[in-house]
Every structure is written in structure tokens, then in C-alpha cells.
Unconditional design. Sequence first.
Length: 324
Amino acid sequence: MKKALVTGGAGFIGSHLCERLIQLDYMVFCVDNLYSGSLQNIKHLMNNPNFVFINSDLCQISDFDVQEIYNLACPASPVRYQTNPLFTIHTSVQGSIKMAALAQTLKAKLFHASTSEIYGEPKVHPQPETYLGNVNPCGPRACYDEGKRIAESILFIYYHQLPFPLKIGRIFNTYGPKMHPEDGRVISNFVNQAIRGVPLTVYGDGSQTRSFCYVSDLVDAILLFMGSSEEVTGPINLGNPAEYTILEVAKLIIELTGSQSKIEYCPLPVDDPTKRRPDISLAKRVLHWEPKITLVEGLKHTIEYYRKLEGAGSLQTPAVTSAT
């Protein structure tokens, strides 16, 4: 039986990954300090003998005897990562050092969740992996953007000194069930607001664009990446290239929920990118992967999830956020 360590395993993407690995007969060690993760996301796994939850900070964990490491630990929502920027950048930097050293010791495969945010406000569109980015190192988003950029540097430094199977995926906007109602990102905000019948808060004029990948498609990509040959290190863009304006998404969610909500326009936050779309040519060629779930299909699943939360009294008014 293969053994895997998933850091950030109680988070949105991490919990879906843990669930899939259990289905594939892995022994899964899930590490999460619950800063942005939730026990609710993994409660159905707690009694599984092949699942172990460790409530711990990434940088404080002991060594594990595993063959695969999935490093997803880091708050990804602007609301969360800007609340404690020092913690955010510490998680990216010290966490990457910790996981790289562990992968070297165990000769384990290491998947690191990087982000499309390293491209910043892009001057190249869509964004290929060769684009070096346009990030403000002094802005409010820098703790996350620059933290993820230096994490890639750290991992490649370790890799070149003493090679181990390294995989770096640059994850673009992902959505779906288990994203916290107060996550603060656009899909969770809009669906939450539409279900409650309150105005949908569109930041800026709504013309900024994003490309949204349903979470099951992303998990497929991560597993294919981990199954690729050792020569394939990445970085590889992982996301859905279908591009929508924020206003289009807002109107679509109002339509799909049958909501009477109006649209309310708010000032665009500092350094919020005006466009975002992945070039996934490399993922198609090397991983033989591309997303399957359309935005409409994925939104229907997501809306169903939030409606269940509403019925259980768990749906709350979303926090102020950006379009990310």
C-alpha cells in the first residue's frame, strides 16, 4: 500500500485530494493546522483505518515514512492570506524548505501547489509557464504571490543539489464543494450571496476575467502529474482555459440559482489582476490532461452544496473580497 502525506489536507483542494487517494487505496497522512482548513471537510474520512489526521503546523511536523508528498499547505484566499501576511509567507518559505528536505531524505515524490498568482498583473495573455510575471513585491498580495514565487526557487535549489522526484503545479482559480462559505473568492461569494438573496458584490466594473477549474478536474491533473516520469518537474499550469468576465459569472449564477439578487459594484482592490487565463499546452502534451467539467455543470454542483449548507444553517454572509 502506498503512503502519502498531504499538507493542508483539511482545506478545500486538499480534502478532495485526500478523499481521492483513499479511494485509490493509499494510506493518507493529512496534516493541517485548521487556519483555513476545516474538520468538516474530512469528517467522513476520520473513521477510515487508512486515514490519519494530524492537527499541526506544516513547519512543526515530524518525519514521515511516505512515498508521496502533496504540499498544499498555505491559505489561498485573499481574505485569509492578507489577515496574517507573515504567517502566509512563512508557510510558503519554511514549509517548502521542510518538504524539500523531507523529500530528499525519503527520495519521495513531491508535488508542490504553486499558483497562477505568481504571474501577477500579466502583460502576456494567456499565461504560459515561460512568462516570468509582473508582481508588485510591496503590495498587500505580495505575501502570497512572492511567497509562492520564492517557494518554487527553494524547491529547485534543493532539487539541483540532491535530486528527488519534484512536481510543481501552478494552480489557477479552482472552485467547487467544500470551499468555505466565507472563503472570500468570487464563486463562493456569488453563490452564497445569490442563495441568500442579497446583492452580488462585483469589484471594479466586472470586466476583469478569470478562468475557473472545477475541483475534480484539478485533482485529476495533480494525480496525472505525480504519475508522470521523473524528468517532468514543471512548473506546469493546471487550470481551465475557458475565460469569463466576472460580470458574466455573476449573471450566470443569478440565473442558475433563480435568485432575485441585484448586482452591486464596489471599488477594485489593490493589485487585483484584470485578466487571468492559463495556457495549458504543456499539460495537454505532457500529462495528456485537460478539464472536462464545464462552468455551468460545475456551478450546479457547487450551488447544490451551498444549498445544503443553507438548509443546515451553516451559510453565512461572505466577507469582502477581490475578484480572485
